[in-house]
Design a protein around this ligand. Structure first.
Ligand SMILES: Cc1cc2nc3c(=O)[nH]c(=O)nc-3n(C[C@H](O)[C@H](O)[C@H](O)COP(=O)(O)OP(=O)(O)OC[C@H]3O[C@@H](n4cnc5c(N)ncnc54)[C@H](O)[C@@H]3O)c2cc1C
Length: 342
């Protein structure tokens, strides 16, 4: 689907869609209505930043690379006058258990999600997607085993925090220092890897920009090369952050961020840096609909012949399949009830 066809750009019924198929451009007529359900828009960085300008490019999208959340449906509908709705849902309404912005489920891989991890690896053995996700990622059993630093090598958060309490500091960090956003790196040592029983090699980690190791912290900082790490991490800052954290272990108290009783010093080489940046999961905002799922015009009334369901729709703060199935069913039913186009 490349666009919607409406009688006039901003008036009349939605009559169908334009599409490409095997290199040909097609116009497909709808008998009763068009249900836009192309999923979310989180892979479209420009589009997602309309909802929250802090959602910059470094935040990877869970579900990629198999499924891109392009925003095609929202954009096509907006081009014929439909309205967005519930922009605040994207981040504001997901404070306690965020389903849009997440602490990564795993570290050391690009997408922050267990890509066929553990037993599930078996399921993608013969699949065409095998290989394109590269690293499976490391599951963190205990956040005592690492610290998280920003692109400047500074700690900024209690690593045990979850949901909003964790990801909001990632976005904001020390905004007075101009350090908002950017990659977050988990820093740990050889002892931590043993305690976690991690295998620090592909396919578990992705050394192609998402996982690094070195025999000294200063060298580790210098080795971190990522297109999202805009300037080299200062080695002295990383050394200072680790030294300060190690002193908290001595005193049994995290004076900076209140991590409960820091237990393990980071001191046994080699040292490691693993991608540990928030990832984007669902899309909770999109096109305006009501209980009968029609798309609405910017000026409030419905767009005749246009329906919308799933993550393309906005204004209903509900994660996942239940929302998509419920509104998908309603949209299909309402479209089927409408008068057929001649
Ligand atoms: C990793 C992951 C785990 C999840 N786990 C759960 C879970 O456990 N429980 C739960 O309830 N939910 C879960 N969800 C959320 C749930 O999968 C989604 O909310 C749901 O699939 C959204 O359905 P949808 O129909 O709106 O969009 P999608 O399922 O994304 O479907 C949209 C479809 O439109 C297609 N499309 C996009 N653009 C175009 C175009 N221009 N032309 C033609 N086709 C197009 C896409 O290829 C896609 O097939 C998870 C999501 C992810 C990413």
């Amino acid at each position: 689907m490349t666009g919607l066809i409406r009688e006039e750009q901003f008036s009349g019924k939605v009559l169908g869609i334009t599409a490409t198929h095997e290199g040909k451009t097609l116009n497909i007529q709808a008998k009763r209505g068009v249900v836009v359900s192309t999923g979310g828009h989180t892979s479209n960085v420009n589009f997602r930043r309309i909802f929250d300008s802090r959602l910059t490019e470094e935040y990877q999208v869970v579900g990629e690379p198999y499924s891109r959340q392009s925003g095609d449906g929202e954009i096509a509908a907006m081009q014929v006058g439909a309205s967005l709705w519930g922009a605040g849902c994207q981040t504001v309404e997901t404070q306690s258990r965020s389903h849009i912005f997440e602490k990564p489920y795993v570290i050391g891989n690009q997408f922050g999600y267990p890509q066929g991890g553990g037993k599930r690896n078996e399921n993608i053995k013969d699949s065409p997607v095998k290989g394109i996700a590269r690293g499976i990622g490391l599951q963190v059993a205990d956040y005592q085993n690492l610290i998280q630093v920003n692109q400047f090598g500074r700690r900024f958060v209690n690593e045990f925090a979850t949901g909003f309490e964790w990801w909001n500091p990632c976005l904001e960090q020390n905004s007075t220092r101009g350090e908002g956003g950017g990659p977050i790196w988990a820093i740990f040592d050889a002892d931590a890897a043993k305690r976690e029983n991690w295998t620090l090699a592909p396919p578990f980690v992705d050394p192609d920009g998402w996982f690094f190791s070195a025999g000294a912290l200063r060298d580790l900082a210098g080795k971190i090369v990522s297109k999202y790490q805009k300037a080299p991490m200062p080695g002295a800052a990383l050394e200072e952050s680790v030294a300060r954290y190690n002193s908290f272990v001595d005193h049994g108290r995290d004076e900076d961020f209140g991590k409960p009783v820091p237990l393990h010093k980071i001191q046994t080489l080699p040292f490691y840096a693993a991608w540990s940046t928030p990832c984007i999961h669902d899309c909770l905002s999109g096109l305006r609909i009501n209980g009968k799922s029609p798309g609405h015009r910017l000026w409030g009334k419905v767009v005749p012949g246009l329906y919308c369901a799933g993550e393309t729709s906005g204004g209903f703060n509900q994660h996942g399949l239940a929302k998509s199935l419920t509104f998908g069913r309603i949209a299909g039913r309402e479209a089927a009830k409408s008068v057929a186009h001649s």
